[in-house]
Design a protein around this ligand. Structure first.
Ligand code: ZN
Length: 112
């Protein structure tokens, strides 16, 4: 279960990824406790290809580090590699701006 280590170990301190062209970030909020979570996606290793249709997609289990609920994200990409559909169970997608606002509010509410 190495993905759990990645999720739990990567954490919010891993901010140097903007220079990594193969990384994409997903921002989600846990529907149970409201915690915002940032997920790094490695475009080389995390993306799967449907060999029947050629479509590229991502299935990612995301663990919220606050209540430890698992969320299940499904993201589909078009041929240019842009997201054209995404859904998530037990959570909500955020934009980067929404994530940063939510992160600050969540930490403030928890007295950090
Ligand atoms: Zn939660």
């Amino acid at each position: 279960m190495s993905f759990l280590k990645k999720i739990l170990g990567g954490g919010s301190g891993d901010k140097g990824a903007d220079s990594d062209a193969n990384a994409m970030w997903l921002y989600v909020r846990c529907n149970k406790c409201g915690a915002p979570v940032a997920i790094r996606v490695d475009m080389r290793n995390d993306i799967s290809t449907d060999y029947e249709t050629g479509a590229r997609f991502l299935r990612k289990e995301i663990m919220d580090g606050t209540c430890f609920q698992l969320m299940y994200a499904n993201v589909k990409f078009d041929s240019a590699g842009k997201i054209n559909d995404k859904s998530i169970e037990r959570g909500t997608f955020l934009t980067r701006e929404e994530y940063e606002t939510a992160r600050a509010e969540f930490d403030a509410a928890r007295g950090k």
